[in-house]
Design a protein around this ligand. Structure first.
Ligand SMILES: [Zn+2]
Length: 389
């Protein structure tokens, strides 16, 4: 393979070469190790003298996307490259940094990436209306973003993208994927089902809630009831013949402030707009249920926890817990099931490790939780470890 040096990340004083695909980077291993516990462990392993080198530096090969690796390393070695919001960035940078900082345990970068993602993850109708001007991410590929949130278990980043994909992409694209520079991007079946089910619900919601003011309107005070009614009906027949799906933004402010006044009397315009806004709110309130996600309240709490409590708590030593949970916890119990679910939902931020050890003549399996970012769970585990020591 022809290797390409990345000039911005080729420091002559660096003692380590990182390879991802065909791109190579020469950096200071000590800085990487100080930022990332995974690199620290990786670089602590003595390398055989016969290992190939580049310019005398050992080579670490990463099986990550070259593009993501470049963003991640740039974020570490160039402090101005990836700053906190409101500094603008781009979605590919956030995606790359988020994936690799999660994988390699670089908390401050993960936190920064989550802050950026939060600027583009509205969880209330007001936030939705302020999007995308509040977003620091620039243009986004919604398929890539849904896969990112799904892979990393970031549910609060999902409502906007599921909504956008369900409303804006043809069914065929949801099923068959989006062609990219690289191979076509496919959603897994579970997400295809979510988007298609959501699309179906949103079509009904648009007819029922968004368009309701055209069918029935409290028009007490209307100066021309017959004319207004017939115009509402005509508008309804026009919009229901179109295929446009925009349940939260079918009639923009400009339509209400200009076009509607040419059709309806002032009273009907005012009442119609109120009814339309109430319909939008009802649809918004139902989105988590339509998308199979936790409630808005739970999603907001999860986002809040991610953006305000970034530190992953690392238990000092796995060994202090090695007097294992296994002895104490009934594996059928809710407590155990909860631990396992937490570990699965945390996607690597909190891990249960199984260690087999000889005890006398018996082999025993210890289950060791190594890290958690949940305060309560962390406190519980610390207490447990103290009791066991
Ligand atoms: Zn009227």
């Amino acid at each position: 393979m022809d290797l390409t040096r990345v000039d911005d990340l080729w420091f002559p004083e660096g003692g380590l070469v990182i390879q991802a695909g065909s791109r190579i980077f020469r950096v200071a291993g000590s800085i990487l190790a100080a930022r990332s516990s995974i690199f620290k462990d990786m670089l602590a392993i003595p390398q055989p003298a016969s290992q190939p080198t580049i310019e005398g530096c050992p080579i670490v090969v990463l099986h990550d996307s070259p593009e993501h690796t470049e963003y991640f390393l740039k974020a570490i070695f160039d402090s101005s490259f990836f700053e906190r919001p409101p500094a603008p960035t781009t979605f590919p940078v956030v995606a790359g940094v988020l994936r690799l900082s999660t994988k390699y345990d670089v908390n401050y970068l993960r936190h920064r990436a989550l802050l950026h993602l939060a600027t583009a993850s509205p969880l209330s109708l007001d936030e939705y209306d302020a999007f995308p001007s509040a977003s620091t991410l620039g243009a986004q590929n919604f398929f890539t973003r849904l896969l990112l949130a799904n892979d990393l278990g970031i549910q609060w980043a999902m409502p906007l993208v599921i909504f956008k994909i369900s409303c804006s992409f043809p069914v065929d694209t949801i099923l068959c994927g989006v062609p990219q520079d690289q191979p076509t991007l496919h959603l897994p079946l579970s997400l295809q089902r979510v988007c298609l089910t959501a699309r179906n619900s949103l079509i009904f919601a648009q007819v029922h809630d968004t368009f309701s003011f055209m069918r029935v309107l409290d028009n007490a005070g209307c100066t021309k009831p017959d004319q207004c009614r017939s115009r509402r009906m005509r508008l309804l027949s026009i919009v229901t013949r179109k295929e446009a799906l925009a349940p939260l933004g079918y009639f923009l402010s400009s339509w209400w402030e200009e076009t509607s006044l040419e059709m309806l009397c002032n009273t009907c315009c005012r009442e119609g707009r109120t009814q339309y806004e109430e319909g939008r709110q009802r649809i918004w309130d139902r989105l988590p249920e339509m998308f199979g996600l936790p409630s808005w309240e739970d999603l907001r709490a999860a986002r809040e926890a991610d953006v305000t409590r970034p530190e992953m708590r690392t238990l000092k030593s796995g060994c202090t817990l090695a007097r294992s949970l296994h002895d104490l916890v009934d594996t059928e119990s809710d407590e155990w099931v909860n631990l396992v679910e937490c570990a699965m939902a945390a996607r690597g931020r909190y891990q249960l490790h199984g260690i087999c050890m000889l005890e006398g003549d018996k082999m025993r399996t210890w289950i060791v939780p190594l890290r958690t970012d949940g305060e309560e769970l962390f406190a519980g585990l610390v207490k447990l470890s103290q009791q066991l020591c």
